[in-house]
Design a protein around this ligand. Structure first.
Ligand SMILES: Cc1cc2nc3c(=O)[nH]c(=O)nc-3n(C[C@H](O)[C@H](O)[C@H](O)COP(=O)(O)OP(=O)(O)OC[C@H]3O[C@@H](n4cnc5c(N)ncnc54)[C@H](O)[C@@H]3O)c2cc1C
Length: 457
């Protein structure tokens, strides 16, 4: 019972997920009169925005992850349990995990998101995704393995399918990985595979909408499209992939792109946790929260980050799934939890959009700042590198990433192209999400009754 957690006179805040939101919240509660219990299935924090660089061999996996216990070494009120949270029991204030039950006084769900294949079975089975470190290492291994196979076949159609790469989804992840693959085709693959005719290799970026980088400014969208074309990436707008089987990515019943490599970056769902009433689960499986991050109908259950569906006046479809949203919600929730414990009124959340950016390739990135400020090219690229380097967790990781980037930049090469076996197209851990009823978004309202605080006997 309670996985051997020590008894404390302070209320217990259980945080599920040590991503951008959970990590920030646990840190911000360092000096609060609470016991913080973090549960994550991985014993590391994963810096997702750089996963695509692991997938294309530009960065080591270890340089974008950091062990949770090391991050919190010395934080006396912090306890970590490595476990999968399988269900929440709100009637008993318990979470059921793969290592036992854990009681909470306040529960914060910060479980992030899962890839959404929109129910297309052949994609779910055969496409590669970039949501975790194992996914990214699998992707890298898979692409290089297919190049090894391409050397062996004499069938030109098979060779073509093994070398072609289709990226689905023209958001930042799709654009970033397509750009990175195009660089790999130009600088790395000719050195490793001089026997292959790389002019035959196609990188195709497929987007269902009418532009790339949907949420960004028109200027950034146009710049990104131009950069993609300069890099030789074929961009197909207003196109959807309907199924992917037998090395064919079909965009209509009969028309297809021959490929063995399809990377799915076309959408995500919230990683909701079973046990909450169906009414609190919104579209995209995000959990409806009010402006205080309270889960609709509960006083002591909160959700932050990607999994939280917070609707604001200017964002009626919910706040975007971005790291700064998760971090800002965590900062405010840390303050609000302390206010609630003191019987004070908590403050509502207001998103401070500091800008969005996407990198395309070396010397090419697009940046949108508030007040219609946009810039691109080399300065945008430097800004992207600086922001990502500064936000990486851990000094060692910053140094390693900097060295890897400098090495790639000056040598036009990248050292990381091991095929690590065994690998699979899918990381099963990412498939944990259960089906939840689609539900209209609840009107946000703060639930003012202070949570019942249980003091251990
Ligand atoms: C490839 C990629 C590129 C991105 N690029 C950008 C970018 O450039 N800029 C930007 O702002 N955002 C970017 N994002 C989005 C950003 O990473 C997310 O918005 C952010 O990670 C959300 O933080 P979070 O705390 O909500 O969840 P996450 O960071 O996803 O963390 C969730 C944590 O919960 C754990 N977990 C989940 N379910 C369970 C469970 N049942 N039991 C135990 N543990 C569980 C997971 O292991 C994970 O550690 C990108 C995302 C991806 C995938």
């Amino acid at each position: 019972m309670d996985t051997n957690l020590p008894v404390s006179a302070h209320p217990r805040v259980v945080i599920v997920g040590c991503g951008f939101g959970g990590l920030r919240l646990a840190k911000a509660l360092r000096d609060a009169p609470v016991q913080v219990v973090m549960i994550d299935r991985n014993n590391y924090h994963n810096f997702q925005p750089l996963l695509y660089q692991v997938a294309t061999g530009a960065l080591e996996a270890d340089s974008i992850a950091y062990p949770i216990r090391k991050i919190f070494a010395g934080q006396k009120n912090f306890f970590y349990r490595m476990a999968d949270v399988e269900r929440v029991d709100t009637a008993r204030n318990m979470v059921h995990t793969s290592v036992g039950e854990i009681r909470y006084d306040h529960l914060v769900l910060a479980t992030g998101s899962l890839t959404n294949f929109f129910g297309i079975e052949s994609l779910e089975k055969n496409a590669m995704q970039i949501k975790s470190i194992p996914n990214s290492l699998n992707l890298r291994s898979f692409i290089f393995q297919n190049f090894e196979k391409a050397l062996l076949t004499e069938n030109p159609d098979e060779k073509q399918a093994l070398m072609n790469i289709v990226v689905v989804g023209g958001g930042p992840t799709g654009v970033e990985i397509s750009g990175s693959l195009a660089e790999m085709r130009k600088h790395v693959l000719p050195k490793d595979y001089p026997e292959l005719d790389l002019s035959q290799m196609q990188i195709i970026l497929v987007e269902a909408g009418k532009e790339l980088l949907g949420p960004m400014s028109v200027k950034s969208q146009q710049d990104a499209l131009r950069y993609m074309q300069d890099l030789g990436v074929q961009v197909r707008l207003n196109t959807s992939i309907k199924r992917f089987e037998n090395c064919r990515a079909y965009y209509s019943d009969t028309d297809f792109i021959p490929t063995e490599n399809l990377i799915w970056a076309a959408g995500v769902n919230g990683a909701e946790v079973p046990g909450l009433p169906a009414e609190v689960v919104a579209r995209n499986k995000r959990i409806n929260v009010n402006l205080w991050n309270q889960v609709a109908g509960f006083q002591n259950v909160f959700a932050i980050g990607d999994v939280a569906n917070m609707v604001t006046e200017d964002m009626p479809r919910g706040l975007p799934m971005l790291a700064p949203v998760a971090q800002q919600q965590a900062d405010l929730l840390a303050k609000n939890l302390q206010r609630i414990l003191l019987g004070q009124q908590p403050e509502p959340f207001k998103y401070n959009n500091k800008g969005v950016m996407a990198i395309v390739s070396r010397n090419k990135a697009v940046v949108d700042l508030p007040k219609d400020v946009h810039f691109n090219g080399f300065f945008g690229w430097l800004t992207w590198l600086f922001v990502h380097l500064m936000t990486l967790v851990g000094f060692r990781n910053k140094v390693v990433a900097f060295i890897d980037w400098a090495f790639s930049y000056f040598s036009s090469d990248q050292a990381l192209r091991l095929i690590i076996r065994p690998f699979s197209r899918r990381d099963v851990k990412d498939d944990k999400g259960k089906k939840a009823a689609e539900h209209a978004t609840a009107t946000p309202e703060y639930n003012p009754t202070p949570p019942a605080i249980q003091t251990p006997a």
